[in-house]
Design a protein. Structure first.
Length: 319
């Protein structure tokens, strides 16, 4: 039953995130919001909506290990699993100028997490730092792309264009947003119930469940968008989607969660997972800057790394 709850929760979160993004993009189009801002904010926030709802719900339910594990695990899975699979499907050729800012920001966000987590807990002061950094990133990104026509602007515009069949009427636009939010809220409750039950049944810590099962489930919107973009030969969108999601996760979602409820950092995250997150961010940066592409063998390295990470999570670091 717990596994069924987990599956149902993932389905509801995925459907809710999809409906929310499509409704929000339709509303943005009606309000005359530029494709640049739509791709940067709406798609970036929308694909991270499952992580946001689950982490906030877990934090408010006094389950900080799931809240923190979901964010850190999603960032690890986004790079090692999602981009690894995409590169195995088709080598990802990217323009360095299109992704340089977000790749460096993603690495900097991981370093900032290490610094703040060194105190073994994230309080409201740490939340203020994260949210300030996120607002600064959004301002910098929009200003640089709006007034300097950088290549990354085209990436964010293309992210918005990956979505088709958006609601055409005002009624359906509002309904899509409302249904998306409802599904996200219900899905988070169902998924949390299943995840906690599985942890208890298997004798695993909630941190492990959050880092692997919950994180993979909430990352499905990023997975679907990146795979679709890869099949359409939009490599910059596939990579940009993952980088943007990781920045949203660490700066915005973790910041909001810690603001609502201070979060202790589990010992295994301090000793193991945060270093995997930092290492995967650095490895991606190296791969993208050597040859301006993510080859199949590099994708294989990423996927193998994720499988090794999962194996260690359920064996050496299962407590």
């Amino acid at each position: 039953m717990n596994y069924l709850l987990l599956l149902i929760g993932v389905i509801l979160l995925t459907a809710g995130g999809e409906a929310l993004i499509r409704g929000s993009l339709a509303a943005a189009s009606r309000l005359g919001i530029s494709p640049l801002l739509s791709g940067l904010v709406i798609v970036g926030f929308g694909t991270s909506a499952p992580e946001l709802v689950v982490s906030v719900d877990a934090a408010m339910s006094q389950r900080p290990d799931i809240a923190m594990g979901n964010i850190v695990g999603s960032n690890i899975g986004n790079i090692l699993l999602i981009l690894g699979v995409c590169a195995l499907i088709r080598p990802l050729s990217v323009k360095p100028t299109a992704l340089r800012r977000d790749a460096v920001t993603g690495l900097a966000a991981s370093l900032l997490f290490l610094v703040l987590a060194a105190g073994s807990a994230l309080g409201r002061g740490d939340s203020a730092v994260l949210l300030t950094a996120f607002v600064a990133y959004l301002g910098w990104a929009y200003w640089s792309e709006r007034f300097h026509a950088t290549a990354s602007a085209e990436v964010h515009k293309a992210e918005a264009e990956e979505f088709s069949a958006m609601p055409q009427s005002v009624v359906w636009t509002v309904a899509s947003v409302a249904i998306g939010l409802i599904l996200l809220i219900i899905g988070s409750r169902v998924l949390l119930g299943g995840a906690v039950g599985i942890a208890q049944d298997l004798g695993l810590s909630e941190a492990v469940i959050g880092l692997i099962l919950v994180a993979v489930g909430t990352s499905l919107p990023e997975f679907s968008i990146s795979v679709i973009a890869t099949l359409r030969q939009h490599a910059d969108v596939a990579v940009g989607n993952v980088l943007g999601s990781n920045i949203f996760n660490l700066l915005a979602i973790l910041g909001i969660s810690a603001l609502l409820q201070p979060l202790p950092v589990h010992e295994r995250i301090l000793n193991f997972d945060q270093w995997v997150m930092l290492g995967s961010s650095f490895l991606l940066l190296v791969f993208l800057y050597t040859g301006n592409r993510l080859n199949r063998w590099e994708g294989g390295v990423l996927v193998t790394g994720y499988l090794a990470y999962c194996g260690l999570s359920f064996s050496v670091f299962s407590g």
